[in-house]
Design a protein around this ligand. Structure first.
Ligand code: CMP
Length: 132
């Protein structure tokens, strides 16, 4: 299940298999809210299939698809969810509890680096002006 997910490409097959069983698969219909701005963060989500929009009020911050993740921010700093995340197509996620997420990052620093790179990419995108 996690074999061809780039997020986990640094892990060997044995580790990926044990990890797969730590999370659970969740299914959402188009229009289903997955994460709500302001709510307490209890999970990390990796999209296995489908598409989700990240929205803050009426602003579309990002559209995320297969292989991309969300929900990490609240788990990293224990603050409420920074945005809404809504499925915009039938979407299958692999989800981890905050406890399992901490364990994953502590045991696999390579994963933290993959996540940091993506966070920097998102920060740069949020700083770039639409006219430049
Ligand atoms: P979290 O704050 O836990 O819940 C909402 C999630 O939306 C957040 O974690 C990120 O995973 C995601 N998110 C917030 N802002 C952006 C952005 N600018 N680009 C992409 N994803 C974002």
């Amino acid at each position: 299940m996690l074999g061809n997910v780039p997020f986990f490409s640094s892990l060997d097959e044995k580790r990926r298999k044990s990890l797969a069983s730590e999370g659970k698969k969740l299914y959402f219909k188009a229009g289903d809210p997955i994460v709500g701005e302001g709510a307490a963060g209890v999970g990390f989500y990796l999209i296995l299939d489908g598409k989700a929009e990240v929205r803050k009020g009426d602003r579309l911050l990002a559209t995320l698809g297969k292989g991309e993740f969300f929900g990490e921010m609240s788990l990293i700093d224990s603050q409420p969810r920074s945005a809404d995340v809504i499925a915009v197509a039938p979407t299958k996620c692999w989800a981890l509890t905050s406890w399992a997420f901490n364990g994953l990052v502590k045991a696999n620093p390579e994963i933290a680096l993959v996540m940091l790179k993506e966070l920097v990419k998102r920060l740069r995108a949020s700083q770039s002006s639409p006219t430049s």
